[in-house]
Design a protein. Sequence first.
Length: 281
Amino acid sequence: MTGLEPFGARLRRAMDERGPLCVGIDPHASLLAEWGLNDDVGGLERFSRTVVEAVADRVAVLKPQSAFFERFGSRGVAVLERTVQEARAAGALVLMDAKRGDIGSTMAAYAESFLHKDAPLFSDALTVSPYLGYGSLSPAVALARETGTGLFVLALTSNPEGGEVQHAVRADGRSVGATMLGHLAAENAGEEPLGSFGAVVGATLGDLSSYELDMGGPILAPGIGAQGATAADLPAVFGGAVRNVVPSVSRGVLRHGPDAVALRDAAERFADGIRTAVTTG
Ligand SMILES: O=C(O)c1cc(=O)[nH]c(=O)n1[C@@H]1O[C@H](COP(=O)(O)O)[C@@H](O)[C@H]1O
């Protein structure tokens, strides 16, 4: 299979050209209502298309959250397919937020669902959970290398419950989250300008200076906006690794819809805040 240019290189270029902001497409029932849309497939389609038309030509990454589409069954998934295709056609990289994770052979099928070039949901990258063991992800790593796509591996998540798993300390004295970052460093070794295997690290987590965040790949940083973190927090949380951070905002932007100009302005305000924080922080 002939792949695309490696995801990490494509992402680095998009971040440099457009700024690093990722906008999440999370069509919550409450947002559909706020936008004056029905909580049905028609509302879902209208919502997703509005977000894509408003920002896909200017942000580096769009991250549709699969759960909000799966809620409507096969017709919702058909909307997700169109959303991915339209976002990619407008020049955004699409990170499918489906947080897949299973034993190796099933993981291979999940990987094919999103990272095989002929898959209807083909995306530039996929969020995955390593909590069946990092090695269980190896079929997805292999397919991503082949197709020029990427993975974002949950390492230190933004939710307060994550700590009981991710901060647990192993027999070798390292935490589980730190171990995941170590696996990613090995995966990205020698990749320039940026590896294709990213970590998810919440922007809500405060000082992370005890972690090796600089693991050669991108860091997806959700938690800005509705979960309380701000762009100004990024340098303190991520230190020198901030240059590889892709800050992610869903409700903080989406609540400004349905007006496309208001959505675009909201995304631009976050992008400006990130630029200021990263250059002066
Ligand atoms: O992988 C993610 O995107 C993710 C990881 C994480 O640790 N925390 C987290 O909030 N997310 C996702 O990021 C989005 C956050 O949405 P907002 O809080 O509305 O910005 C949701 O789609 C979450 O599923």
